[in-house]
Design a protein around this ligand. Structure first.
Ligand code: DAH
Length: 339
């Protein structure tokens, strides 16, 4: 009998229940008239007289502890149940403040979308590049000043490895693995060793375009750029091409668009010229095609490159370049409607 009581005591201490119904089932099992403890009480009659005192005390103790345990379980189950009642699972969630796309992402997506509609596919390359893809394959002479320490970030102990200073390196990456027709648009981050100011940053973003095929001409380039400018800045936008120089294009040009602040009349934004520069372009130099495994006797191509910050500046009139990398949410929230 004593053993039985001891076993039951241990059993009761371990009882648990997660709802009021479960507690009630336990109460019936242990404490009801037909319950385990009452059965022991009935057996108590048969306990020899000399043991009655000890067994009686233990039995009472078991009964008390079981009652305490079951009422504690009951309390716990009731608070659980009432908390569950208070939870309204149909209630609308708190309005969660949504983030916004970064203005540079918005502009990049827009540029890529416009060229995608003209048949350009996306291509990307690494930001940590070798000298070949950034400079040599792009026809930069060994002593070209762009390679200079003042412009380029070199990876310490690896003079051949640089942070790319323009996305033109992706042209080389594409040409070395693919024969024409090639029509790619390549957005990405670039790095230059410049002091940070409102007008310059040590990293910024560019989009490169490359088209190589048979009979590609300067006229094709001009037409595509005009279409791009009108899609991006409005259908009345005018463009003009000024002769320029880049090692990887011949002839080379820089493209201006009519200033959309003063409508071409002249203002401080366009320095009273009526035009603002937005990109560099030209016909791919035959030396670049040959260096990258494309036969320049069969194919010609055009290329262009533009700064995403520059376009974003023009579109959203952001004067200070640093705003783009500070992630001030007051600035970023201005672009909610552009998302
Ligand atoms: N890579 C030039 C730069 O970073 C931009 C550029 C100019 C790219 C002319 C081109 C191009 O593809 O044809 O300033």
């Amino acid at each position: 009998m004593l053993e039985k009581i001891q076993k039951l005591l241990e059993e009761v201490e371990k009882l648990s229940a997660s709802s009021a119904e479960e507690v009630e089932a336990l109460r019936i099992k242990y404490l009801s008239k037909k319950g385990v403890i009452n059965a022991l009480m009935t057996d108590f009659r048969n306990v020899p007289a000399e043991m009655k005192k000890e067994v009686g005390m233990k039995l009472n103790d078991l009964k008390n502890k079981t009652q305490e345990k079951i009422s504690a379980l009951k309390d716990a189950a009731e608070t659980n149940d009432s908390q569950a009642d208070e939870l309204d699972l149909t209630r609308t969630a708190y309005p969660i403040a949504l983030g916004t796309r970064h203005p540079l992402t918005i502009v990049k997506n827009e540029i890529v979308d416009i060229f995608a509609r003209l048949g350009f596919t996306l291509a990307e390359g690494p930001e940590v590049e070798d000298d070949w893809h950034v400079y040599s394959s792009m026809n930069f002479a060994d002593d070209h000043p762009a390679r200079d320490m003042q412009d380029t970030f070199f990876v310490e102990a690896h003079p051949d490895i640089v942070l790319r200073s323009h996305t033109s390196s992706v042209q080389a990456r594409v040409m070395e693995r693919q024969q024409p027709p090639i029509r790619v648009i390549c957005p990405g981050r670039v790095y230059r060793n410049e002091a940070i100011s409102a007008r310059a940053h040590c990293f910024f973003h560019q989009v490169e375009g490359l088209y190589v095929d048979k009979n590609v001409s300067f006229t094709d380039l001009k037409q595509v750029l005009l279409l791009f400018a009108r899609e991006m800045f409005g259908k009345d936008t005018q463009i003009r091409l000024r002769p320029s120089y880049f090692p990887f294009t011949e002839p080379s040009a820089e493209m201006d668009i009519s200033c959309d602040i003063c409508g071409g009349k002249g203002c401080s934004f366009c320095k009273h010229t009526g035009w603002v520069e937005i990109l560099g372009c030209g016909m791919v130099d035959p030396a670049v095609l040959d260096a990258n495994g494309i036969d320049s006797k069969i194919y010609t191509g055009y290329a262009f490159g533009m700064g995403i910050e520059r376009i974003a500046n023009l579109k959203y009139k952001v004067k200070d370049l640093r705003m783009f990398s500070e992630n001030d949410t007051r600035f970023l929230e201005e672009f909610i409607s552009a998302n």
